[in-house]
Design a protein around this ligand. Structure first.
Ligand code: CA
Length: 225
């Protein structure tokens, strides 16, 4: 395994951003905080805790307590699940299968702090045979970092644990702040623009490549990996 691919989750593995945006807007509004669905796309990649911290600080000029942050975050997670299931991004399963065939390391690097994340991944991307695509030891979540994206820490942690050189590691991201995190870690970033923002937002953060969809990414991988 001489290459590693660090997959972001929301907007890369799952078409979950529309429901996240709606859940955030509803819960923040219920708490009297100013946060619209479109703010979700601009903030995408940051941990929920960071987003809540900043919203409370901006509106009330004070630091929220840890309990307050987790209460709001739990409420947001509950609301997100009430909105119904989310499904894999179209053709991302083909990307994963291709990389597995090429014996690449496959990682998940996400700001999510959902306890059921690992089970959800293996349900959504089942494989025949005994080797699952995802492994607990190849996941970096909100629980593993002190600073979330756009800080480089999540991708630096994944790189350190991979045991590979930086030029053997690739970040797959859909959000500008996620691209910033990957580039800050000194890694090659393959951006796939699955959301409503203009592709320029990803180039502005110095993404090495920007693809319109997973088919574009797969074509690149088939030539380069
Ligand atoms: Ca994302």
């Amino acid at each position: 395994m001489n290459k590693a691919f660090f997959f972001d989750m929301d907007g890369i593995l799952f078409n979950s951003m529309p429901n996240h945006a709606r859940a955030w807007e509803e819960v923040m509004t219920a708490h009297g905080l100013d946060f619209k669905a479109e703010d979700c796309y601009i903030n995408e990649g940051r941990t929920g805790q960071d987003v809540i911290h900043e919203a409370v600080l901006a509106l009330e000029g004070r630091e929220p307590t840890e309990d307050e942050i987790w209460d709001i975050y739990e409420e947001k997670t509950r609301r997100f699940y009430e909105l119904g299931p989310t499904y894999p991004i179209e053709n991302v399963d083909k990307v994963l299968r291709y990389l597995r065939k090429r014996e690449c390391q496959i990682w998940v690097v996400t700001g999510s702090g959902q306890a059921t994340l690992f089970d959800h991944l293996n349900e959504a991307f089942p494989v025949e045979g005994k080797n699952p695509i995802f492994a607990r030891e190849r996941m970096i979540t909100a629980f593993d970092v002190t600073k979330g994206k756009p800080d480089p820490e999540p991708y630096l942690k994944a790189w350190q644990k991979s045991g590979l050189r930086k030029d053997q590691c690739f970040v797959i991201e859909n959000a500008p702040l996620g691209v910033r995190s990957g580039k800050g870690a000194g890694l090659t970033v393959l951006a796939v623009n699955t959301g409503p923002l203009a592709p320029q937002a990803l180039y502005d953060e110095k993404a090495d490549f920007v693809f319109d969809n997973m088919t574009g990414l797969l074509n690149w991988l088939q030539t380069n990996v």
